[in-house]
Design a protein. Sequence first.
Length: 248
Amino acid sequence: MKRLLLATVALLSVTAAARAGETNVAVAANFTAPAKEIAKVFEEKTGHKAILSFGATGQFYAQIKQDAPFTVFLAADDETPKKAVEDGLAVGDSRFTYAIGRLVLWSKNPATVTGEDTLKKVSFEKVAIANPALAPYGAAAVQAMKKLGVYDALQPKIVQGNTIAQAYQFAETSNAEVGFVALSQVMEKGEGSRWVVPETLHEPIRQDAVLLKKGAADDAAKAFLAFLKGPEAGAVIAKYGYGTAASN
């Protein structure tokens, strides 16, 4: 009886392993920390493995057009996944908003950022942003500066990173005294100073996910997107300071 039980368990394990798959996910750089946490829980719950690549949304789209092996795309905006569908690179009815990002002005120095006045006093030499042509958080930073009427004064002080991760690096290493970064990047930091930019100062940073055509028949890819919509992933997303479509 014991041998039969062990054999049954072994058979079930082999069957589960055979069904488990891998999916290549292109993830916007701002979503690095929550994506890693979600992928870990996803593998524990489903047996499927999400192989994550992080970078700028614009760069990823260029790679997808060049036949990159991604099956799922988690963008930092809603326009790029929409364009992927229109260009025949993604499955039409698979697109949804998985997170709504928040922009923050952050400094490693605890006395530097005191609010929007920080941008108006210009008591710093460099401000880091992500490339607005490639990264929606960079575009939102430019919109906020223009709406506050400080963009012209600050433009000579702007240093650009290709991604929001690089913009954060500039601020974190003090190569720029302040930086426009994602709230998720500094959510759990006790050090430094920050000002969460009011959402009225820029277009909503709606981050959409989409199933790419390469993943149309991929069970692991479809399972990952389904998991991303669920409560366990939702809890992680909220933990890192993002809103969700349901809460907005």
